[in-house]
Design a protein around this ligand. Structure first.
Ligand SMILES: [Fe+2]
Length: 183
């Protein structure tokens, strides 16, 4: 994983947590007991809780933070915004399948969630965020990210380190270490 610009660090932390959930789903269903017993009801509960409390609000954070800036960057920026939003909608639909699937279809829905979400995070970390880092004015991005952390704090969703991270106070040059297994 590349190092992230300070304003994007809280969102990258969200990605790390979501990738860990994807890994847990995949390895637990594959029979790796270090990641659980493969119980689909338990995994379904974890995914839905993560979706409601973290992932869907994260999508909202990203769209509020990035879409207006991307749309000011011409066709390429608008295309990035459109792809991000479309993938958020697709993952929301898979979450609905996880929620509503009859028991014999839950495993398929969980696998779809893990695969789609992992690919989406890969797109954002490898393509979208680098584009933002190189094309969006850093001061404007930082100001918007501070507002985002304020909203997350009001909603009791912010890790206490987020404000420091967005201000660039948390790390000097330390890389953000995400799951090294990320493809
Ligand atoms: Fe994201």
């Amino acid at each position: 994983m590349p190092r992230r610009a300070a304003p994007l660090v809280p969102l990258s932390w969200d990605h790390r947590n979501t990738l860990l959930l994807c890994t847990t789903i995949e390895r637990s269903l594959a029979g790796d007991s270090r990641f659980g017993d493969g119980d689909v009801d338990g995994l379904r509960g974890r995914v839905l809780t993560h979706g409601d409390r973290h992932l869907l609000p994260h999508f909202g954070d990203e769209e509020m933070l990035l879409v207006p800036m991307l749309r000011r960057l011409g066709d390429e920026g608008a295309a990035f915004a459109a792809r991000m939003i479309a993938e958020h909608v697709d993952i929301g639909a898979v979450l609905a399948r996880v929620r509503l699937a009859p028991r014999d279809r839950v495993e398929v829905a969980l696998r779809s969630f893990a695969a789609l979400t992992r690919a989406h995070v890969r797109f954002e970390e490898r393509e979208l965020y680098p584009f933002v880092e190189t094309h969006v004015d850093r001061e404007a991005l930082a100001a918007a990210a501070l507002r985002m952390v304020g909203r997350r704090t009001d909603d009791r969703r912010a890790d206490r380190r987020e404000l420091q991270a967005v201000r660039g106070e948390l790390f000097d040059d330390a890389p953000l270490e995400l799951d090294p297994a990320t493809p």
